[in-house]
Write a protein that binds this ligand. Structure first.
Ligand code: SF4
Ligand code: SF4
Length: 413
């Protein structure tokens, strides 16, 4: 990341304050140092040597959700993502990051088998945890995030379940599947649904078993070196798969698709562009390239827009189109309001994360749907936690899961 690029973006900011009206963090805390405009002023002061890196500054920067909502509404077109990434890198270079986080990012995440083993050990502890509610349990053993209801770790990871590509005799298309950590370790049911739907549509799904984390946890802590290493590994793996011909790379995680589509261009350079252009969120892929029929169910489903899909990729209509074919679609109030989730953010700022999420769970409760669907496993984690906390009779699921339950499997003709 070049500081010069960030400085150019800083100069574009007109200090109009429009970002204050949409920033989920600012709306809760009302503190100018925790909104794009204030953080841009801090970046300006840092680059001009007027202030120095400190614990307070780190807190102002870490408390940004990187939801990109401010960027999507900015009348001056400021690339805030570039500025916040430059600040995070500065923090990492000048203050470092906790040794445990460094170990996870640089040692565990690039080594799939070692990471699998760590998660496996963590999953053994979950058997000891009492109390289950709506498919969730009280703690995530790895992080001991008390007060949270989270789904148990999968007994068998997605990448272990799909070690071999299900070969189709004469497929219409061949796509790579970027799985992502949550779908791999917590939600293999999303992967099963995605593969089932695509195979039904005569699309072969290649799931390279050596793929690793997309790198977003490393980027969130400013460790660009670790993020680039993960990106390079994924590039080598997917380019090797692409040598057999890949028409697209699909993902069921908004954050993963945003990272491999956009952040990898920054990490790997323009040589990644041909692959980046092939990356699609699963609902976008389905609506753009396929035709399918469904047997809709008489169940009310509502939809939550993940920030990284709506603000990061501008996708709004495709997931709704899929859901509208599967069940009775009912829009909630403020579907684009942040759910408060987000990997590193919801661990460091747990209470703030839940406070932001209050608005979302209120909307879900008011709409009176039986199901809340979304396009991001990270949002599912947050929403199912809040649903379980309130003990609501609402199922949280991924868009592609509902499609796999309702897609018409009758033979054609
Ligand atoms: S909306 Fe854009 S131009 Fe206005 S203060 Fe925020 S970042 Fe600056
Ligand atoms: S990225 Fe999101 S949390 Fe960060 S300043 Fe912008 S709107 Fe606020």
């Amino acid at each position: 990341m070049s500081a010069e690029e960030a400085k150019r973006e800083i100069l574009k900011c007109a200090k109009c304050g429009k970002c204050r009206s949409v920033c989920p963090v600012f709306i809760e805390v009302g503190d100018e140092t925790r909104v794009a405009r204030g953080r841009i002023s801090l970046a300006e002061a840092i680059f001009q040597g007027e202030i120095f890196y400190s614990k307070e500054l780190r807190d102002y920067i870490y408390s940004c959700k990187k939801c990109l909502r401010c960027q999507a509404c900015c009348p001056s077109g400021v690339d805030f993502n570039l500025i916040i990434n430059a600040l995070l890198e500065g923090i990492e270079k000048n203050m470092g990051i906790p040794p445990m986080a460094r170990f996870v990012l640089r040692v565990l995440l690039p080594r799939r088998r070692l990471f699998d083993l760590t998660i496996k050990m963590a999953s053994l502890f979950q058997k000891l945890i009492p109390g289950k509610r709506r498919g969730t349990m009280r703690h995530l053993p790895l992080f001991f995030m008390g007060k949270r209801w989270v789904p148990p770790l999968a007994r068998r990871t997605t990448l272990n379940r799909f070690q071999h590509t299900q070969k189709l005799s004469n497929p219409e298309m061949r796509v790579g599947f970027f799985v992502g950590c949550l779908t791999n370790y917590v939600y293999p049911n999303i992967a099963e649904a995605l593969v089932k739907v695509l195979n039904h549509l005569n699309i072969e799904v290649v799931i390279p078993s050596e793929q690793v984390c997309c790198g977003i946890p490393a980027l969130s802590l400013g460790d660009t070196t670790a993020a680039r290493k993960l990106a390079e590994k994924n590039r080598a793996i997917f380019e090797a798969s692409a040598s057999g011909g890949l028409d697209a790379i699909v993902s069921a995680c908004s954050t993963c698709s945003l990272t491999i589509k956009r952040e990898y261009l920054r990490l790997l350079g323009d040589s990644w562009k041909p692959m980046a252009d092939k990356v699609y969120d699963i609902s976008v892929f389905l609506e753009k390239f396929t035709h399918y029929e469904t047997d809709p169910i008489s169940t009310k489903v509502t939809y939550h827009d993940p920030c990284h899909l709506r603000w990061g990729q501008g996708v709004t209509k495709e997931p709704r189109e899929v859901l509208g074919r599967c069940a009775e679609f009912k829009e909630m109030e403020y579907p684009d309001r942040c759910c408060g989730g987000g990997g590193v953010f919801s661990i460091i700022y747990r209470d703030l994360s839940l406070k932001i999420g209050e608005h979302k769970i209120n909307s879900i409760e008011r709409v009176g749907a039986d199901m809340v669907a979304t396009s991001c496993p990270g949002c599912m984690l947050q929403i199912s936690d809040m649903v379980a906390s309130r003990n609501l009779p609402v199922e949280t699921l991924h868009v592609v899961e509902l499609l796999s339950r309702t897609i018409n499997h009758r033979p054609k003709g």
